[in-house]
Design a protein around this ligand. Structure first.
Ligand SMILES: [Ca+2]
Ligand SMILES: [Ca+2]
Ligand SMILES: [Ca+2]
Ligand SMILES: [Ca+2]
Length: 388
């Protein structure tokens, strides 16, 4: 088995990594043997070139030793000098190399989820960094269903301490449905926030009834995540894809089909379903609904091509296939979410901050006076257009 690597000896010719059935591993650079190693039970089928894991700018090697039909050890090996930069004893694993640099040392951190016998570990690592999570001791329930377990992603600095942070997705396997994104500090490695997506996550989230999301992936300011199907007595309750905006801190979309992976998330979102379906969705179809307030009444102008659901402060305030909604809200600040659900199961969420006033206080407000009030800071803005 011969793998080709980019030139690092400087002669303009690529280098070769050669593995043999007897377990010999050699690196030929510049026409000479640069290093030799022996890996007993070397699995040639899985011997591969991966992204740079040690930060020298040269792609590296993934080497596995298998016993019978399972991996027993996996090695991240530097291609330049043959050093083992990380070793895991794993029977099953999923990885993403060269992910992102959390601690600003110009070395990207890698993500590995693996299980070994009775233990499951999720690790974010580089030669100079390590974050380890072993709160969920089962990758199989997610793996057997989705064929992958990569539930963690590096996100932009969430708490403002200069280090990037980590978002980890998990949900309940049975019982009352609940799912959340757990935000861990890239610096202290402590849990710094829980973003509840569904149900009550205030309880212990390390119990046996929790499982990892199969995928959490970042596309710019958007974090896509796949909430696994909860098996309720053999009946699937429907896995779905969610999209969280890391700038506005809101869930902005759901796709109510069982998705295995998100291929791209641009104007046209491309999704791969669990059974091989391909979905291409055009987001521009979704126009932002107009939300206006007058006194204590809030009006929502939607579009009857969609099924609209309006949430006020977490509860449903109205729904239906209508183009106009009108609601009276108590005085104060409210979080309004307007959800538009299309017939193909794509759901866009639009977030608004709305403040309602009594008719007495409103009598003093007209548009020009409002501007003055805002300028003098006497009142908070009546409504803020938060997301999108
Ligand atoms: Ca060369
Ligand atoms: Ca390297
Ligand atoms: Ca780093
Ligand atoms: Ca941070």
């Amino acid at each position: 088995m011969v793998l080709c690597l980019d030139d690092f000896s400087g002669d303009g010719l690529g280098e070769l990594a050669i593995g043999t059935w007897s377990g010999n591993l050699s690196l030929i650079a510049g026409g000479k043997v640069k290093w030799n190693s022996v890996y007993k039970n070397l699995q040639l089928d899985r011997f591969s070139v991966i992204d740079d894991v040690d930060g020298d700018g040269v792609k590296d090697l993934l080497v596995q030793r298998w016993i019978q039909d399972k991996p027993s050890d996996i090695y991240f090996v530097s291609s330049v000098d043959g050093r083992q930069r990380a070793i895991f004893s794993a029977n099953q694993y999923f990885y993403e190399t060269n992910s992102d640099d959390i601690d600003k040392d110009n070395l990207n951190e890698n993500i590995l989820v693996y299980s070994a016998d009775d233990l499951s570990v999720l690790e974010v690592f580089s030669p100079t960094y390590k974050f380890e999570y072993s709160g969920i001791n089962d990758v199989w329930s997610t793996w057997s269903e989705y064929g992958k377990v990569l539930p963690i992603e590096i996100i932009p600095d969430y708490d403002g301490d200069g280090f990037k942070d980590l978002a980890l997705g998990m949900s309940r396997k049975w019982g009352n449905s609940a799912s959340a994104l757990l935000i861990y500090s890239g610096k202290s490695k402590n849990l710094i926030d829980i973003i509840s997506l569904d149900g009550d996550v205030s309880e212990d989230i390390n119990g046996d009834e929790w499982q990892y999301f199969p995928e959490v992936k970042r596309f710019g300011e958007l974090l896509t995540f796949i909430i696994p199907t909860q098996d309720q007595g053999g009946q699937s309750s429907g896995g779905r894809l969610g999209v969280y905006n890391l700038t506005s801190n809101d869930v902005v979309a759901y796709f109510n089909h069982e998705i295995k992976t998100v291929v791209s998330y641009g104007v046209n979102i491309q999704l791969l379903g669990k059974n091989g379906e391909i979905y291409i969705l055009n987001q521009t179809d979704f126009r932002r609904p107009e939300v206006s307030d007058s006194g204590s009444t809030v009006k929502v102008k939607s579009n009857d091509n969609y099924y609209t659901t309006i949430y006020v402060d977490g509860g449903i305030a109205g729904s239906g296939r209508k183009s106009e909604f009108s609601m009276r809200l108590p005085n104060g600040d409210h979080k309004v979410i307007v959800s538009l659900l299309s017939e193909d199961g794509f759901e866009k969420l639009f977030n608004y901050d709305v403040s309602t006033f009594t008719s007495t206080s409103l009598a003093f407000l007209n548009n020009s006076l409002m501007v003055i009030l805002v300028l003098f800071g006497a009142y908070k803005v009546i409504k803020k257009w938060k997301s999108q």
